[in-house]
Write a protein that binds this ligand. Structure first.
Ligand code: HXC
Length: 514
């Protein structure tokens, strides 16, 4: 028996070494962690239960029959994060560069299918040279098997991807189908084709980092939702993200306790909106004052900064926040902001995370660039997302709610549950200046003093429309509230909405304007 036990322990020890100490050192020298070290940092201590440790590839070409590493370049299994279960895989770059063989793909598919049956999130730590070249089409098939599972799991269980090394070719599409992508500055790269192919096809000279590094994908393409300085920070932030999420679409996010003394009115909020309606202010200050412990996990922090999205807790309840940012492009909605907002709203709706909308929006961005880029198509994604969302939805209009953007940002008409406005709110078809120039064109041009006439009409318009009371008279806002009381009001609203039930008509699926 001893021999058999020893044999098992030896086999396990060998599997744990991946490609061996030299390859692990090379990995460390690049500033990257070994696949197993990453798991240790990600999950609760001692909670990892590995499966398929002895799996080997079945390829024989190109001398592969003589090269076998148990586990075949990916560590898979189940673990706990804050005592809640997750399924995970961690690609091991020290074995064939983490490349995806048939067997490697089967391991990933296996844990994804288990995760779906169990209703638990999947976290993928990607670090791979892509399809295992020696296996040819079999490896491509393995990717397709994963893409299919990613798609079927979408909206059923949260799927989180960390890209912790290269991610090239079609391999980028598995992370892209998942809900959130984390990248690390300088060591993560994602591209459909690398710099060499780019040079051949488009004659552009571009570095790995510029083409597909973390900062590029966080700020320019919007592919990455979160980027961090190093892997440790990245893994700890995956843990943080998980704390806001339920295990699956039938589960609810967990409530935590909160400091009851934080229910006092917040005086700073009463003076936070500048007297001049054209002066910007930072919506993040408002968010920090409203949420528990001022803790806000911002998603897409570097992309389309005119809209802010992210997770927080209010009264211990997990919520998703969508807020216009008046300090960037006056908080206008453009193509990128609409797509960013829509994707976030749909995630929250899919996973029962209530939505808080903080609104100060002058409208959609005009101009040929936006029109030709399809602002109509992309803007309607945000509209569609808010319309179809059945989770609790609360809006606070802090200042401007103009035009189509008023409708889009979770208005009462599209099933906002509680819609509040601050006294500083201006709810109108358009801003006073634009409106006056259109509707009083004749009076102004025919006046002895057009300037004076404009000012008079402006004052009239502001008096009539630049306030929340006409909307309140119609019940389009449920209440006009003191800014300082907003936190308490929101906590009470979300508590009341805990029993909300709303449904969309039965259908195969909607046709969001992609
Ligand atoms: C087999 C691979 C491999 C691959 C790397 N290796 N990529 N083995 N298939 N795809 C092996 C290397 O031979 C090497 O083995 C070890 O991994 C480490 O690779 P290095 O090149 O030494 O490392 P580094 O210098 O860090 O470069 C990493 C890299 C580079 C940028 C990932 O290896 C590379 O460009 N690989 C090919 C990437 C690629 O084009 N993949 C196919 C994409 S298309 P030894 O034994 O020497 O240590 C694709 C299709 C998916 O994935 C389709 C889905 C629809």
């Amino acid at each position: 028996m001893h021999d058999k036990t020893d044999e098992l322990l030896k086999k396990k020890e060998k599997a744990k070494q991946g490609g061996g100490p030299e390859k692990v050192k090379a990995q460390h020298d690049k500033g990257k962690l070994f696949a197993r070290e990453r798991i240790e940092l990600l999950v609760d201590e001692g909670s990892f239960e590995e499966i398929d440790m002895f799996v080997k590839h079945r390829a024989t070409d190109f001398g592969l029959n003589k090269q076998h590493y148990p586990g075949d370049g990916v560590v898979t299994g189940f673990a706990k994060i804050d005592a809640r279960p997750v399924a995970l895989f961690s690609q091991d770059f020290t074995v064939f560069g983490g490349s995806l063989s048939e067997a490697h793909a089967e391991k990933i598919v296996k844990i994804m299918e288990m995760a779906m049956k169990l209703g638990i999130p999947v976290i993928g730590l990607n670090d791979s040279g892509g399809a295992r070249i020696q296996e040819g089409v079999v490896s491509l098939g393995g990717y397709a098997d994963i893409f299919l599972r990613n798609t079927l799991a979408s909206g059923v269980i949260p799927q989180i991807s960390a890209v912790l090394g290269p991610c090239a070719g079609g391999a980028v599409y598995s992370p892209a189908i998942t809900d959130f992508i984390f990248m690390v500055k300088n060591t993560s790269h994602m591209f459909v084709t690398g710099p060499n192919v780019v040079k051949t096809v488009t004659h552009e000279d571009v570095t790995f980092e510029d083409l597909g590094g973390a900062e590029t994908h966080a700020a320019k393409s919007g592919v990455a939702h979160f980027i961090f300085e190093n892997e440790v920070e990245t893994l700890l932030n995956i843990r943080k993200l998980m704390s806001y999420l339920p295990l699956n679409f039938m589960d609810k996010p967990q409530d935590t306790s909160f400091d009851e003394s934080s229910l006092e009115p917040i005086k700073e909020l009463d003076t936070i909106i500048p007297a001049n309606p054209n002066k910007p202010y930072d919506m993040k200050e408002i968010i920090n004052l409203l949420v528990d412990e001022s803790e806000f996990l911002e998603v897409h922090a570097n992309y389309a900064q005119n809209i802010i999205v992210g997770f927080a807790r209010i009264g211990g309840m997990s919520i998703g926040i969508v807020a216009n940012q008046p300090s960037v492009l006056a908080g206008v909605l453009d193509i990128n902001a609409s797509v960013k907002g829509a994707r976030f709203v749909r995630f929250c709706d899919a996973f029962n995370i209530p939505l808080l909308v903080l609104e100060d929006v002058p409208g959609f961005l005009p101009g040929t660039e936006q029109e030709w880029g399809g602002i109509i198509r992309h803007g309607s994604k945000l509209l569609f997302a808010f319309c179809e969302a059945t989770v609790p939805k609360v809006t606070v209009i802090t200042r401007k709610a103009y035009g189509g953007a008023y409708d889009v940002m979770n208005s009462k008409h599209i099933r906002g549950d509680f819609n509040y406005a601050w006294p500083s709110a201006e709810i109108a078809v358009m801003g006073p200046k634009g409106a006056v120039e259109i509707i009083f064109k004749k009076e102004i041009s025919g006046a002895d003093d057009p300037q004076k006439e404009t000012e008079k009409k402006l004052a009239e318009y502001i008096e009539k429309f630049a306030n929340p009371y006409i909307a309140a008279e119609r019940g389009y806002v449920d209440d006009v509230i003191l800014p300082g009381e907003t936190r308490m009001k929101l906590i009470n609203s979300f508590k009341l909405l805990k029993t909300k039930v709303d449904k969309n008509p039965k259908k195969k699926h909607g046709n969001i304007p992609l």
